[in-house]
Design a protein around this ligand. Structure first.
Ligand SMILES: [Zn+2]
Length: 137
């Protein structure tokens, strides 16, 4: 066993190994294989196998710079998605003051402006850019 581990680490010298993208590919390939089992749609099976193949290609790759760049690209996309998702979560969360106030978006600078409810149609002046717009409260 130790001999095997030694030989394996020898083999991995100069090779890229596992990264965040690799872990993501792992999860997606497992999901594909499970989907293939449940649905019996062979496309999922082929996709799963292809992803596993690609993952091992990356792990054993000697082109470390290129694999590193791929991982960075993946992390950038992932962070952007997470950022947008968090923002969406905040926007969809019911506000504490939803019953007493309304929030409008300034048509010119997209600044969000909070005004009290139940005042009828009022002219709102954007505190950021000074644009005036009429809204029903
Ligand atoms: Zn504005």
């Amino acid at each position: 066993m130790r001999n095997f581990i030694n030989r394996f680490s020898q083999f991995m010298v100069g090779r890229y190994g596992m990264d965040a993208l690799g872990k993501f590919l792992n999860i997606v390939s497992i999901i594909m294989l499970v989907l293939a089992l449940i649905t019996r749609i062979s496309v999922f099976y082929l996709l799963g196998l292809a992803l596993i193949g690609y993952n091992y290609f990356r792990i054993f790759s000697r082109n470390i710079n290129k694999r590193y760049a791929e991982n960075l690209k993946y992390l950038t996309v992932r962070n952007k998605l997470k950022y947008n998702f968090d923002r969406l979560k905040i926007r969809l969360k019911p506000r504490q003051d939803a019953k007493t106030h309304k929030v409008f978006t300034c048509p010119s600078c997209k600044q969000r402006v909070r005004v009290p409810r139940g005042r009828g149609r009022i002219e709102i002046k954007c505190p950021k850019c000074g644009t005036k717009f009429v809204k029903k409260t």
